[in-house]
Design a protein around this ligand. Structure first.
Ligand SMILES: Nc1ncnc2c1ncn2[C@@H]1O[C@H](COP(=O)(O)OP(=O)(O)OP(=O)(O)O)[C@@H](O)[C@H]1O
Ligand SMILES: [Mg+2]
Length: 243
């Protein structure tokens, strides 16, 4: 049976779609499979369908199968019954208006990934989303710090970590750094596994491989669906500069 990973934060623009597409791509690439039987399904439940547009631009090179299903409540509530994939990554809407979609999808989740930008302005909306919708779902969840630009220094990153730790929130060790490559990937119709072979692209890709290892590591052990998340702290951030 597939493990269903839901990427959620009702604050818009925190990187849900970026994380969903690239994590799905890296996991599919890592697990192998064939073009006819990819191990990963990507699902967009966002009526804005930005993942659909991205997937269409990638075309045949997309390393996972894809479904847009915001208007398919029957499928939304049955993701756990889909048999032929190892992992399903689900992008969700970045608005409060579509909360019923998120609520439905959370009933299907094995775990939830909550992208958070290291930017104090995004704390309150993320906190509301976690407390009101994500925690009550009773599924393991973890915050993922995304879009940190090492050129800005570690001030905001450390402040964000302190905020997360003060609330006792589980958090991924991996921090997804800001790279122009990620910002441009959708328009250019590529995912992280198709980036060019150069040092900067390698660094950008590395963050998603590290994240994939954390996600696969915690989903391979057959832990029960409503188990407590592993919330050990830690750093794991490489502050390598970008050329
Ligand atoms: N790590 C990153 N590096 C560079 N750009 C990023 C990164 N993460 C996100 N972005 C950019 O930030 C913007 C918002 O990201 P994205 O669309 O993934 O967020 P979202 O949470 O899905 O938004 P919405 O709530 O509107 O669906 C996009 O332009 C995206 O390319
Ligand atoms: Mg999105």
């Amino acid at each position: 049976m597939a493990r269903v990973h839901v990427i959620a934060n009702q604050k818009g623009g925190v990187g849900k779609t970026t994380v969903t597409v690239n994590l799905a791509a890296v996991v599919a690439d890592t697990l192998g499979g064939t073009a006819d039987t990819p191990p990963v399904l990507g699902v967009s439940t966002d009526p804005q369908a930005s993942m659909l547009e991205w997937a269409n631009r990638v075309g045949d090179a997309l390393p996972f199968d894809f479904e847009q299903c915001h208007d398919n409540p029957a499928l939304l509530g049955k993701l756990r019954e889909i048999q032929q994939y190892s992992h399903i990554f689900v992008d969700t809407p970045g608005s409060l208006e579509d909360e019923s979609i998120l609520q439905t999808v959370l009933t299907q989740a094995d775990d939830v990934i909550v992208p958070l930008e290291p930017e104090p302005m995004s704390f309150s909306p993320a906190t509301r989303s976690i407390q009101r919708v994500i925690q009550p779902a009773g599924v393991p969840w973890r915050v993922l710090l995304n879009n940190w630009d090492p050129r800005d220094g570690e001030g905001d990153l450390n402040q964000t970590r302190e905020y997360v730790e003060a609330r006792g929130w589980p958090c991924f060790h991996t921090v997804i750094r800001h790279y122009k490559l990620h910002t441009r990937a959708s328009a250019e119709g590529v995912t992280v596994v198709q980036y060019a072979k150069n040092r900067v692209a390698l660094e950008a890709r590395q963050d998603f491989f590290k994240l994939a290892l954390e996600v696969l590591g915690s989903s391979g052990g057959g832990s029960p669906r409503h188990a407590s998340p592993n919330s050990d702290g830690g750093n794991g951030v490489s502050t390598t500069g970008r050329g």
